[in-house]
Design a protein around this ligand. Structure first.
Ligand SMILES: [Zn+2]
Length: 387
């Protein structure tokens, strides 16, 4: 990749013809139309939080370096920003009065309201820019390996860059657009933010059964995202149909996997709802996120709930009582071994060789307290199963 250093381009030059699209959250063009600020493979503008954008302006006002900016030369006099789009969009938005910064008296000031010398100080700031020329794959390889100043690209943002094309564009239009009215509904089941491509990532993860990059590569030049949309919506419709109440624990679960495993089963949403409420209110359930899969699987696999176990003090005292009784009777301190006919019939196990068991199973209402605890040898405890 060939690079040329430019140190004479100013903020004013870049802001010549600056366009910001509020709807897409993107800085679009600058440098009198010669510069595309956020090409298709770039993420949306994420500095508009009143902190990172303000920090960019404060750096300029204090005369600090803004860091290196990289342009890709697309053709003669046409460039795309490879790295620096967040910073450029920040000063472009400031200069076009899209947000204010506090002055020395703590007053919010828009660009048009600050002193003329400060205005020209900002506009005349020179930037350090590398213009790069290389093949698409060279540029993307580079993009993948550098650690972008500020917030590093996440996985999906990188994949969008690597597999840029019509499919990514359409995918972002549907899943990365925070103006999409479905985002709120989806947020009940999907965690993360649309801006950071996490909804798109989730949709791709579900449809591809976890093989996102393979899926993106195969569909890179598709001009529709029909399969992706239909699959994602099927999963969402299914979850919201089975589980009528939206619980915060549902967010970010592997709904794609659960859909594959259980969508052909029949559930009674009213019964499911009662069961969800009971389990959420059950103080023995340590893993509430496991409640939904537990119910989908027929409410048998209590491992998913991580039911609270007996503490060491309880185990020790139950062990002591049980062993003392067994020794007087001359039988094993594992009640199940004592019932048997083999060599373990009279065996006294050590504490470390035994595990605590719910006499009356937790799933049938048995409590996790001393009077419902018995010690079993490890073999018998395992055989009895984790109920
Ligand atoms: Zn035993």
């Amino acid at each position: 990749m060939k690079t040329t250093l430019k140190t004479d381009i100013t903020v004013k030059d870049i802001c010549e013809g600056f366009v910001y699209n509020e709807l897409e959250g993107k800085g679009l063009f600058g440098l009198s139309g010669q510069l595309t600020i956020q090409p298709e493979y770039q993420r949306n503008y994420i500095y508009a939080d009143g902190k990172k954008d303000v920090a960019v302006i404060e750096s300029i006002l204090k005369g600090y370096l803004l860091g290196l900016i990289y342009f890709v030369k697309v053709s003669d006099n046409q460039f795309e920003v490879l790295d620096g789009q967040q910073r450029i969009t920040s000063f472009g938005r400031f200069v076009t009065n899209k947000f204010a910064v506090k002055d020395e008296n703590g007053m919010e000031q828009y660009f048009s309201g600050i002193a003329a010398d400060k205005q020209s100080g900002i506009l005349e700031t020179k930037l350090t820019i590398y213009e790069c020329e290389g093949t698409e794959s060279e540029i993307k390889q580079w993009f993948r390996t550098i650690n972008i100043a500020g917030i590093p690209l996440n996985n999906q943002e990188l994949l969008n860059a690597i597999f840029s094309g019509p499919f990514v564009t359409l995918g972002k239009e549907e899943f990365s657009n925070s103006q999409n009215s479905n985002i709120q509904k989806w947020s009940a089941y999907v965690s993360g933010s649309a801006n950071r491509q996490e909804f798109l990532e989730c949709a791709l993860d579900w449809v591809s059964k976890g093989n996102i990059s393979d899926y993106m590569s195969r569909h890179r030049f598709d001009t529709n995202i029909t399969e992706l949309k239909i699959y994602f919506n099927s999963v969402i419709e299914w979850v919201s149909g089975v589980f009528k109440d939206v619980e915060s624990e549902m967010r970010g679960l592997e709904w794609g996997r659960l859909y594959e495993a259980y969508h052909k089963e029949a559930y009674d949403p009213a019964k499911v709802s009662v069961e969800v409420q009971n389990l959420i209110g059950d103080s023995y359930v340590k893993n509430r996120k496991g409640i939904f899969e537990f119910i989908l699987g027929g409410s048998v696999d209590t491992k998913l709930l991580d039911v609270r176990v007996f503490d060491d003090a309880t185990k020790k005292s139950v062990y002591a009582t049980q062993t003392a009784k067994a020794e007087t009777k001359g039988e094993s301190n594992c009640p199940l071994c004592a019932l048997g006919h083999d060599a373990n019939k009279n065996k006294i196990w050590k504490l470390a060789e035994m595990d605590a068991d719910h006499v009356s199973a937790w799933s049938k209402g048995g409590a996790t307290e001393a009077k419902n605890c018995q010690m079993l040898c490890k073999t018998h405890n395992r055989a009895k199963g984790n109920r």
